[in-house]
Design a protein around this ligand. Structure first.
Ligand code: GCO
Ligand code: MG
Length: 408
């Protein structure tokens, strides 16, 4: 058997998604997620203009060989566009293999190592009352872990805070349909550093010690600022502090480690194992944050997570709404199968998205299960997808109060 056709589907049910459809000569269909928020069409072009013709006629069962063929064969290695494209092909081929085997993918990855996958939700609020309301709402829904982000006095709309008002908001979406250029936000690290520890103190006072609390620094602190932050929040027992510094400077994490025992997570903007070499071998992080969609797919993620396991480092796979339900399913199968699972991010998709992507995940008391359908367990409805045309959207750009461009 061989690959008969390769199609790229771009759809926008509330937000943009790029999906790869691989069909074999005997009619088995595999799906892959290739969504790169704010740069979607580059990956769509990489797939349809460059990879599709290379894939037609290949044996769909040779997943490792296809991965190496696309990675080494490009000559130009790594990078988010290339690795998202390779990830989509890889996911689709695993979907096909598991469908042919008549098994959910996690069975081919070694079978379940746990009954369900603990997930964390996004709680946010422009002020403490709104944040506390959101946390309480998620607790009522059964979540045992929440990421908390809140407004900082003196700053307007900032990363991670839903502008939709108080309560449980699944729909926080940072990419804005802002026309021809990104929206701009303002940032001041000093005000943030002074504000946040008090927020965690109030959360612990109100919600006690059971709840797992996570926080995303979103690449904004310098190493010494991050060290101070990590130290200041130690009494509040964070599950992790994510992206404290811009992650490509791997040795910056040494400084944070020298000052604090707050667990650290990093890697959502990474795309290969090489981005983690120092971080993992020097045990500078506790959780690997890569998305299956952005790190070369299931083949590459399994190797990365096995490498992390040798150093006692666990998974925390990226799962915001810009990862499509196909990418989310790939994450859930890995989460269920690997031994060094930590936690999974879960930002449920909106109803329109779930009409386009038919999922079989189930949520029960804070845990997700990928379901037992053969393959990944997600099918894209092409008619439903065709009703939502691509609409350009950008992630915001950040500026300090004096106008200097800063990490967003
Ligand atoms: C997270 C991330 C996301 C990113 C988003 C950008 O931890 O979930 O930081 O919210 O900002 O993926 O597209
Ligand atoms: Mg993040």
């Amino acid at each position: 058997m061989s690959i008969a056709s390769v199609d790229v589907i771009v759809t926008s049910p509330g937000r943009n998604f790029v999906t790869l459809k691989v069909t074999t000569s005997d009619g088995v269909v595999g799906w892959g997620d290739a969504t790169l928020n704010g740069r979607e069409l580059s990956v769509a072009s990489y797939l349809s203009d460059h990879l599709a013709s290379m894939l037609v006629g290949r044996d769909e069962d040779r997943i490792e060989d296809t991965w190496q063929y696309l990675y080494r064969g490009a000559y130009w290695r790594r990078g988010p566009v290339t690795m998202a494209a390779i990830a989509a092909v890889d996911m689709a081929l695993w979907d096909i293999k598991a469908k042919k085997a008549g098994m959910p993918l996690y069975q081919l990855l070694g079978g379940a190592s746990r009954d369900g996958v603990r997930v964390y939700a996004h709680a946010s609020g422009t002020d403490f009352a709104a944040l506390s309301n959101a946390i309480a709402g998620y607790r009522e829904l059964g979540f045992t872990a929440v990421r908390v982000q809140t407004g900082v006095p003196g700053l307007g709309q900032i990363y991670g805070v839903s502008a939709a008002g108080p309560g449980v908001r699944y729909d926080y979406e940072p990419a804005k349909r802002s026309g021809d250029r990104p929206a701009e936000e303002q940032w001041d690290t000093r005000q943030y550093l002074n504000h946040m520890p008090g927020v965690f103190a109030k959360i612990r006072e109100e919600f006690g010690t059971d709840l797992r609390l996570l926080h995303d620094g979103h690449h904004r602190m310098s190493p010494i600022e991050a060290a101070r932050f990590a130290k200041d929040v130690e009494p509040y027992d964070l599950f992790w502090l994510e992206d404290a510094t811009p992650g490509e400077d791997q040795t910056a994490l040494r400084l944070i480690r020298q000052h604090s025992t707050t667990p650290l997570a990093i890697g959502e903007v990474f795309n290969t194992v090489y981005d983690y070499q120092t971080l993992i071998t020097e045990r500078l992080i506790d959780y690997v944050r890569s998305a299956v969609t952005h790190t070369g797919g299931i083949t590459a993620m399994k190797k990365l997570l096995d490498f992390a396991a040798i150093y006692g480092i666990r998974s925390g796979i990226h799962g915001p709404t810009d990862i499509s339900p196909v990418g989310m399913a790939a994450a859930l199968h890995l989460d269920l199968a690997i031994h060094n699972f930590g936690i999974q991010e879960y930002m449920p998709h909106n109803e329109q998205t779930l009409e386009v992507f038919r999922t079989s995940f189930t949520f029960d008391k804070g845990f997700l299960h990928p379901g037992d359908q053969p393959g990944l367990g997600v099918e894209l409805d092409e008619d439903a997808a065709s009703a939502f045309e691509y609409t350009k959207a950008y992630l915001p750009v950040n500026r300090l109060l004096d106008g200097t461009v800063h990490d967003w």
